[in-house]
Design a binder for this molecule. Structure first.
Ligand SMILES: [Zn+2]
Ligand SMILES: [Zn+2]
Length: 157
């Protein structure tokens, strides 16, 4: 990532109702929903058709991926789907992240959680000529099958 003036890298800021995060980060751009930068893919906790509760990734009323074992896994997938979208040429009509170049980005996600703001940071501060992720980036499509089958097996026992 290119260094900003003063040599500071753009970073993710956690918004908080307990802390004066805005006063501490006056220039950060909010990328949480409902801003235009918000991830359209949401993590939801749902009643599982196999019993109990499980996590899912949803787009509006549509469930994109269900039977996820943990909130963490669902968050990872929501970010992973978002990354895949942004890698496509039309961005699914999502905004062009180059507007965010050099800016800190603010979201509600705790620093330890995967967050779509990290994708935006990468894309916004990536190489000028390509505007795409570096080649050594992890594949955007993890293998979901193992997660789903593990959950179903667990529920049937
Ligand atoms: Zn389930
Ligand atoms: Zn976030």
């Amino acid at each position: 990532m290119p260094a900003r003036e003063g040599g500071v890298m753009p970073k993710r800021i956690q918004m908080s109702r307990q802390r004066p995060w805005r006063a501490e980060n006056p220039d950060a751009v909010i990328v949480a929903r409902p801003s235009k930068w918000g991830n359209p893919l949401r993590v939801v906790r749902t009643e599982c058709s196999l019993g109990g509760l499980c996590w899912a990734v949803a787009l509006g009323q549509m469930v994109v991926q269900q039977h996820l074992d943990s909130d963490q896994r669902a968050r990872e997938l929501a970010v992973s789907f978002f990354r895949s979208w942004m890698d496509e040429d039309d961005h699914h009509d999502l905004p062009d992240p180059s507007e965010l170049r050099g800016r800190d980005l603010a979201c509600w996600c705790p620093p330890a959680h995967p967050c779509h703001a990290d994708v935006l940071l990468e894309l916004a501060n990536g190489p000028d000529d390509e505007g795409v992720l570096p080649r050594n980036h992890p594949t955007p499509h993890p293998n979901y099958t193992n997660v789903v089958s593990a959950h179903q097996e667990g529920a049937q026992q």
